[in-house]
Write a protein that binds this ligand. Structure first.
Ligand code: NAD
Length: 462
């Protein structure tokens, strides 16, 4: 629980703070983002320690996927906020030439940001950045399953924000439910589909706009003309980073029958070159978040033939990087999001069969396609739907600052990162401004036979 006050009181403070109009000042917002950056940099050693303690995250991974990501997002947003926040003039029809039209971005008010445990630092700060840039107040609810990171987040936030502007409420489902009973102005949720439904139901009751950043089964397709060695290296890196607990990790591999054997052999050898003969000793290989997830993942090990890996240790929450072959499409490992270090590899004969199958399944958060053919790359983009795509690579689609990130359908709704994040946390208010006080009487009744005059204006209205 927050050390300051009960949830209703916090929300009331934030609503009053928002209504005071302070957050409308763009220079003030930028100053707050700078303070956030400074506070993160000051506490970065604590962030490294917390991530090590919660997830066994190596310093390099913690730097690359959590701290450095949000610092870059902060720098980008600090540089662009003034531009994004400016009202934008748009065309007005000729019949209304004595008026101006413009888009006026305004903040929603108080946002609730709920985060997961897998990138517990990154996934709380990354949505907070656009929330603040767009002029909102925010209450952050980090995951209770990464308790050390949750504590450090609370410290960082309290160092640079007044709690009436941004604050952290620590806790688990009970605290989240209590927050969801309140009437926020925006909800931004990152987590699994099951809790996503609970969040959406709560939002519906008060008609609160929301973003859902969910999970799903992101496939990596390796076609016959792919650079198999390179594909193997990319897939193994993307899959086993954070011990497979990455929302956009390749969930499973679909390989053309003619390259499947070679791909599996290459992936096996990459696992050894990354993590050594015994990955449990590698300082670069993470651990499963808790026993519950360990037990869930262990059951998947029975869903196919283990090509490599398969070893585990419950006490240490360790599961070796594992490749599974001879997996049925009907097995649990192919029906549920894996979210762990188990990689099923399935073969296919025709790319069209893969496409048809994907079209029947829920839309994934990410889709990876390895092929040298531009034509096939274009086809995959045209005929499949997913939150994002990387071609001949994995995970990196989140790095260009201006690529919107988020799911579609079952993998979520709404986008963020860069300008997309600013717009997500803004009501893009459409404004029509009459510049000359002329009142055109034609629109007022009685209409008489004015319809025929309209023909002069609208050529298509013969
Ligand atoms: P989760 O849905 O279990 O938890 C997310 C948040 O919901 C936590 O803060 C938790 O405290 C809260 N919560 C848990 N039970 C609740 C309940 N009954 N009522 C209300 N709130 C509750 O997700 P997780 O296990 O922390 O994260 C893993 C999932 O998140 C995976 O499915 C993964 O794909 C997804 N994910 C998605 C993204 C993305 O950007 N799209 C990023 C990371 C993770």
């Amino acid at each position: 629980m927050n050390e300051y006050a009960p949830i209703e009181e916090l929300l009331q403070w934030q609503k009053e703070f928002f209504d005071s109009g302070i957050t409308k000042d763009i220079s003030w917002r930028i100053q707050k983002l700078r303070a956030l950056k400074y506070s993160i940099l000051l506490e970065r050693e604590r962030v490294f320690h917390a991530l090590k303690s919660d997830l066994g995250k190596s310093r390099f991974e913690a730097f690359a996927t959590e701290i450095s990501f949000v610092i870059q997002e902060l720098d980008h947003t600090i540089g662009k906020t003034r531009k994004w926040a400016k009202p934008k003039r748009v065309a007005t029809p000729p019949a209304h030439h004595l008026a101006k039209s413009f888009i006026y971005p305004e903040p929603y008010g108080v946002a609730l940001i709920i985060g997961p445990w897998n990138y517990p630092f990154h996934l709380m700060i990354a949505p907070l950045i656009p929330a603040v840039a767009a002029g909102n107040c925010a209450i952050l609810k980090p995951s209770e399953l990464a308790p050390q990171t949750s504590k450090v987040l609370a410290k960082i936030i309290s160092r640079c924000f007044d709690p009436s502007h941004v604050t952290v409420v620590e806790g688990g489902p009970e605290e989240t439910q209590a927050l969801l009973r309140e009437k926020f102005d925006y909800i931004f949720f990152t987590g699994g589909n099951r809790i996503g439904q609970i969040v959406m139901e709560a939002a519906v009751k008060n008609l609160i706009p929301l973003t859902l950043e969910l999970g799903g089964k992101s496939p990596a397709i390796v076609d016959w003309d792919a650079d198999v060695r390179r594909a193997a290296r990319q897939i193994i890196w993307g899959k086993f980073i954070n011990a497979g607990q990455t929302c956009i990790a390749p969930d499973h591999v679909l390989a053309h029958d003619s390259v499947k054997e070679e791909l599996v052999a290459e992936m096996k050898s990459e696992i050894e070159s990354f993590y050594g003969k015994d990955p449990s000793k590698s300082p670069d290989y993470g651990r499963i978040i808790n026993e519950g997830h360990f037990d869930r993942l262990s059951r998947y090990l029975e869903d196919g033939r283990i090509v490599t890996g398969g070893l585990s240790n419950r006490e240490e929450r360790y599961i070796a990087p594992t490749i599974l072959d001879a997996v049925s499409r009907e097995s649990s490992v192919m029906k549920e999001e894996i979210f762990g270090p188990i990689l099923p590899v399935l073969g296919y004969e025709k790319l069209q069969d893969v496409v048809s199958d994907l079209q029947k399944r829920e839309k994934p958060l990410a889709l990876y396609f390895f092929s040298r053919s531009r034509e096939k790359q274009r086809k995959i983009l045209r005929v499949t739907s997913s939150g994002g795509v990387a071609i001949n690579n994995v995970i990196v689609q989140i790095t260009p600052r201006e690529l919107p990130f988020g799911g579609v359908g079952y993998s979520g709704m709404g986008k963020y990162h860069g300008k997309a994040g600013f717009e997500t946390f803004s009501n893009l208010k459409g404004v029509y401004q009459q510049t000359v006080p002329i009142d055109v009487r034609i629109k007022y009744p009685p209409y008489g036979n004015r319809l025929k005059w309209m023909k002069g204006f609208f050529k298509w209205f013969a």
